[in-house]
Design a protein around this ligand. Structure first.
Ligand SMILES: [Zn+2]
Length: 205
């Protein structure tokens, strides 16, 4: 049943990426400077951003382009940064933090799902879109820290038939702010029998 929620790339998407890589030069994720080395994620001048502190303007700019300017292609290098920072991924499955259906329609993609999919390609652990938002929530950023837990309480569930029993789960999101969303998703996964739940995010506030 979990197979129904497996995140995978279509042939079309893979073809687009191949064309993209052959046309566009490799640019630094943060400052967009062209780099000679195709494997590099960021230039020497931006090496300090490796920790990905959300309070840093350059880090916030990457996330803004990724979430609100439709730059889906950034997911690959962002996932690579997550992968490098984690070192080793010891999990049975990756699960993305879900987006509400309404926001999914507006944006056309779940940024956490794109990151989970790319991370899956790097570590070989399958990624699933197995969680759902059962009700709409306000944007966590618009709220005071003390309001955030209540905002997401009871907001998440598992999709029908999605099973995490006895599994080590790595939850994937783009930004970890107060951790209220991650904690609530973690609670749902743990209640569903997950053996452990850890979080991977591109940036931390
Ligand atoms: Zn740079």
């Amino acid at each position: 049943m979990n197979e129904a929620y497996l995140l995978k790339k279509s042939r079309g998407q893979i073809a687009i990426e191949v064309v993209h890589d052959s046309i566009f030069p490799n640019k630094c994720l943060f400052c967009c400077r062209v780099m000679d080395d195709l494997r590099e994620i960021f230039c020497g001048g931006c090496a300090d951003y490796a920790a990905c502190d959300y309070n840093d303007e350059a880090v916030r700019h990457v996330i803004f382009r990724f979430k609100y300017e439709g730059k889906r292609m950034l997911a690959r290098r962002m996932a690579e940064m997550i992968f490098r920072s984690l070192g080793e991924i010891d999990a049975d499955c990756l699960v993305c933090v879900p987006l509400h259906e309404k926001r999914m329609k507006e944006r056309g993609y779940n940024q956490a799902g794109l990151l989970a999919l790319e991370l899956s390609g790097l570590c070989g652990v399958p990624a699933y879109d197995g969680m759902t938002r059962v009700r709409e929530t306000a944007r966590q950023f618009d709220l005071k820290p003390e309001e955030r837990a209540a905002n997401v309480a009871g907001a998440f569930g598992l999709k029908e038939g999605f099973c995490v029993a006895a599994k080590d789960v790595l939850l994937v999101d783009d930004v970890l702010t107060t951790g209220a969303t991650a904690a609530e998703c973690g609670r749902v996964l743990t209640e569903a029998g997950a053996k452990s739940v850890k979080l991977a995010a591109f940036a931390r506030a």
